[in-house]
Design a protein around this ligand. Sequence first.
Ligand code: HEC
Ligand code: HEC
Length: 383
Amino acid sequence: MSRILIWDIPTRIFHWSLALAFAAAWLSSLDNRFLYAHTYAGYAFLGLLLFRLWWGVVGSRYARFRAFAYDWPSVRAYLAALATGRATRYLGHNPAGSWSILFLLALGLMVSTAGVLVLGGEEGHGPLAGYIPFQAGDYAHVVHEAGAWLMLAVVTLHIGGVVIESTLHGENLVRTMITGYKKNPGGPGAGVRAAGTTGAILLATLITAGLIYLKGYLMETPEQPYVPYSGPMLPDNATWRSECGDCHLAFHPSLLPVRSWRRMMLTLSDHFGEDVALDAGTAAEIEAFLTANAAEALASEPAHRILASIAADQIPLRVTDTVYWKRKHSGIDDKYWTAQKVGHRSNCKGCHLDADAGTFEDAGMRLPVSAAADASRATSSNP
Ligand code: HEC
Ligand code: HEC
């Protein structure tokens, strides 16, 4: 039997790139440190979906939405036939497939748009940074996650459908989506001409964008171990940094509420057992900086979260005493706290590359690598 071209090149590139972006987005969502990769996968996903909407109008015969067999009677007939172990063979998308594609497109647009809202609202990054209230970002997060799970369910059904159809028709549909060809029962071909160029451009754009976006990862050096987000930097003050950064990290004001800093500045002569009393002028300048940029200024995600986790009647003097800090760090293995690079729980820099800046970005988190080595050395030398 002769073969006939059904899926044009852009449709095939779109399909597999979308699958890849989807998988990458899921995998990178498993650890906050991969937020960069996750964001890129999300942008790629959104871009691909927009491309597909356009291609559904101007693409070749079977890629067009017009060609989708989506009217309800044919869906019902298709499913009824499927239930008895037969299925009408469609050259393009079958009715169930058409529906799941339209549903996935809508769901995907919703999830990736919500993702941009989360990034702008919670992290203060991306195109919407500064326009989205933190709370709205939190709500969008719920939609983003629920939608992602729903999408995973539909993708699972889709894969199931492909397996069933391939079996029923004795035709490997996965290979069809790679080569573009199906066995020809005498229908019209896709009739593609310019599609090859469009496909090549699409692929080249995706790869270039990926390389540009990920260059931060590819070009990591010991001096610049991660590329900080391009979001706004938190306020800084030289007097505060030199006076309060002498014995330990200068803990950024955004990490504690105003009342904590006031009390701390009142008790400098007994500062965790140290006398760090300052002259009046210096103390006043530092206190003004601390209170103006305290957690209440809500300049970062940690500020929001820490503030929300402190009861109104509490005045914590340690960041490490706040509920949020404890919750975030409760799951970390002991070997990391005792690692040479850390040694102490308030040595934030041991694990957060941007602790000095006070931003505590997800992408700036690095558990000390040597800790694992230390631990394995200890075990292996143990008889
Ligand atoms: C002479 C050394 C010294 C100086 C100077 C100093 N501190 Fe401290 N600070 C300490 C010690 C010691 C601790 C307790 C460390 C520990 O046990 O965790 C501490 C703890 C803290 C903590 C709690 C950290 C946590 O566990 O969350 C904060 C916040 C803090 N200092 C703020 C300041 C501020 C603000 C200034 C400047 C006005 C300052 N420190 C100056 C010695 C110092
Ligand atoms: C032993 C390593 C380690 C040390 C030391 C450490 N952290 Fe963390 N921190 C982590 C890890 C790992 C996470 C991620 C936990 C998660 O996402 O569930 C985290 C998460 C956070 C977050 C949440 C970031 C976000 O947006 O999700 C904040 C804020 C934070 N740490 C602040 C601090 C501060 C302030 C200090 C010092 C007082 C500190 N950490 C010390 C390992 C550490």
